[in-house]
Design a protein around this ligand. Sequence first.
Ligand code: FAD
Length: 619
Amino acid sequence: MYDVIVIGGGHAGSEACLAAARMNQKTLLVTGNINMISSMPCNPSVGGPAKGIVVREIDALGGEMAKVADKTQIQMRLLNISKGPAVRALRAQSDKVEYPKEMKKTILQQDNLEVIEAYVDKLYINDGIVSGVILEDGTEIKSKKVIVTTGTYMQAKILVGDTVKNEGPDKEKASMNLSTQLRELGFKTTRLKTGTPPRIKRDTIDFSKTEVHEGDKVERTFSFDNIYYKDINKQEPCYLTYTNEITHNIIELNLEKSSMYSGAVEGVGPRYCPSIEDKLVRFRDKERHQIFLEPESLSIDEMYVQGFSTSMPHDVQDRMIKSISGLEHAEIAKYAYAIEYDAIDPRTLYPTLESKDYPGLYFAGQVNGTSGYEEAACQGLMAGINACLKLQDKEPLVLKRNEAYIGVLIDDLVTKGVNDPYRLLTSRAEYRLLLRHDNADIRLRHYGYQIGLITKEQYQNHQIKIDKISNLKSILEDYYISPTLEVNEYFEKIHSTKLKEKSSLYALLRRPEIKIEHMNYFIDLSEYSFEEKEQAEIDIKYEGYIAKSQKQAEKLLKMDDYKIPADINYDVIHNLALEAKEKLKRIKPLTIGQASRISGVNPADISILLIYIKTINNL
Ligand SMILES: Cc1cc2nc3c(=O)[nH]c(=O)nc-3n(C[C@H](O)[C@H](O)[C@H](O)COP(=O)(O)OP(=O)(O)OC[C@H]3O[C@@H](n4cnc5c(N)ncnc54)[C@H](O)[C@@H]3O)c2cc1C
C-alpha cells in the first residue's frame, strides 16, 4: 500500500511525486515511458512572462523545476528589463535532451519514491473510494491518494492534414481507457487541442538573413539557491526572422488542408498560443509574423521554429518553411502536428486540486485544461503538497491571488473553468505588482518551510537575506547627504538633478534615474548580494504603489477568509438568482471570495448569501 500514487511523469507528475516523497510519504510514480519523464514535446524553453515567476514560486516552495532549468539552460534572459518590476521574468532556452535527463535522475535518486514504467488503465475504486490504480496488464496497486497528471495523453489524437492517428506526443502511446472511466464516474471531460511547429536542420539555415538574439551577460538563476551552472560566455543565441506575403499566400491557398480548418480537429486550441493558420485568419491585416529559431539542444542539430505551429500536410509545410527569409534551403527534420486530447472540467476540484466527488483523487497539469510546462509543474507541486497535508491531517495549502501566480492560476481553474487551454499571463493577476520575479521567496518560502519542503538551512539563509534587505533599507533611510559641490558634481555626472537640501539616500533612490549602484558612491554596499540590492531598490522605488496594491488586495480578499458552510443548501435561500443557485451548487465554492469570482454570481447574490450565512450562524 502506497500513501500516494502519481499517474504520469510529465511536468506535473514530476513535481507531485517529488513533493510527496520529500514530505515523507511512501510514493509511487507510474509513467508510460521513464525516458519521457518531464519531456518537452513543445518549445525548448522554461519561463517567460508570468511563467518565469511561477518557476521561482515553485522553487520558493521547495519544488524542483527551477533547479533543473538552471542546470540545463543554454541561454538565459530577463525579459522586460526596461519595464516595471511587475512584468520582468526570466526565460531560459533549455536543452530538451538534458532537461528530462536531469529531472529523471533527480526522481530516480529520491528516497521514498518508487518508479514503474507502465500505463495505468483504470483507477482502482473500492466501495466508491479511489484506492489505487489498475495497470494495463491488470495489476492492481493500492494507495491512499491518487494524483492524475496524464497531460496530453488521454485519448490523444495526432493530426496532420487529413491524417489522424490515435497517438500521444512524439509518437508515444496514447492513454485510451482512463478518460472513459472518468466519464463513467461522472466527470465532465472536454476535447482540447494544441500544436507544435516543425524542427529544421541547423546546417540548412542561412543565419545571415536573421537577427541574432543573445543571452544576458549577467548571471541569473531561477532558483534562489543562486547557483549558476553554466559559462555565461557560451550561451546559444536565438534567431529572429519573419513570415512574408509568400508564406501567407501558401497558407491561404491551402487553408482547408490544415486539420484545424478541414474540421478534422474537434478540440479547442489555445487562444494565446495560436497556430500560424490561426494567426493569419485572426490578424489578416498583419503583413508579417515573428518567427524565432530556437536551439533545441547542444546534442541535437535541430532548430525549433517558434511561432509556426501548424497542422498542414508535410508538402505544404515544406513550402511554407522555404518561403521564409533564411530558410530558403531549410530541411525539415521533424514535421509539425496538432494534438487533441481529453481534459477534465477543473471546477469539479477544490482549490487543493482534490476532486469534490472522489476524496483522495487529485488532478494536476494539462489534464485540468492548462497549457505549458510551468502551469503544469506548479499544479503538480500543489496537488502533491495537499495530498500529503491531508494524509498528515494538517491544514491545506491554498495560495491566495495576492500571494502567488500559482494562487491566481488554481483559483481561475476551479472557479471559472476553461474554454480553451489556459495559459498564464501577467494580465490574469490583478495584484501583479505584488507577484514579482524578485520577491517570490519573500512571498512563499515560509510556506515551503512549514510543510517541510524547505530545509532549516535554506530557511535560515532566507531569513538572513530578509534581515539584510531591511537592514540595507534602514541604512539608506538614516544616511543623509548635503548639497555639497562634490555631491552635486556627482549628480551631474550621473545625469540627475542637483541636490538643493539635505536628503536621505532612501529618498534619493526614489528618483527614477538613480539606481542602487549609485549609492556605492556614498556607502559601501559590497556586503549585499545583487538580489538583496535589487529587492531594496524595488521596495523603495515602488513603495507607494506596492502599499496601495496590498491594501486593495487585503480589502478585496477579506472575503476569501469568509468560509461557506460545507453543508449549505442553496435551494432554501430566497431571492438568490436561479443562475447563481445553479452555479453555486455545481462549483461548491469554499469561501464568499471564491463565490464572488464565479461568472454568473452577482454582487446582489453575494449579499443575499452573506446575510443567509450570518443568519444560520446566528451572528
Ligand atoms: C504537441 C504539443 C504541443 C504543445 N504546445 C504547447 C505550446 O505551444 N505552449 C505551451 O505552453 N504548451 C504546449 N504544450 C503543452 C506542454 O507540453 C504541456 O503543457 C506540458 O507538457 C504538460 O505537462 P503535464 O505534466 O500536464 O503533462 P505531459 O507533459 O503531457 O506528461 C504526461 C505524462 O503522463 C504519462 N501518462 C499519460 N497517461 C498515462 C497513463 N495512463 N499511465 C501512465 N502514464 C501516463 C505520459 O507518459 C507523460 O509522461 C504542447 C504539448 C504538446 C504535446
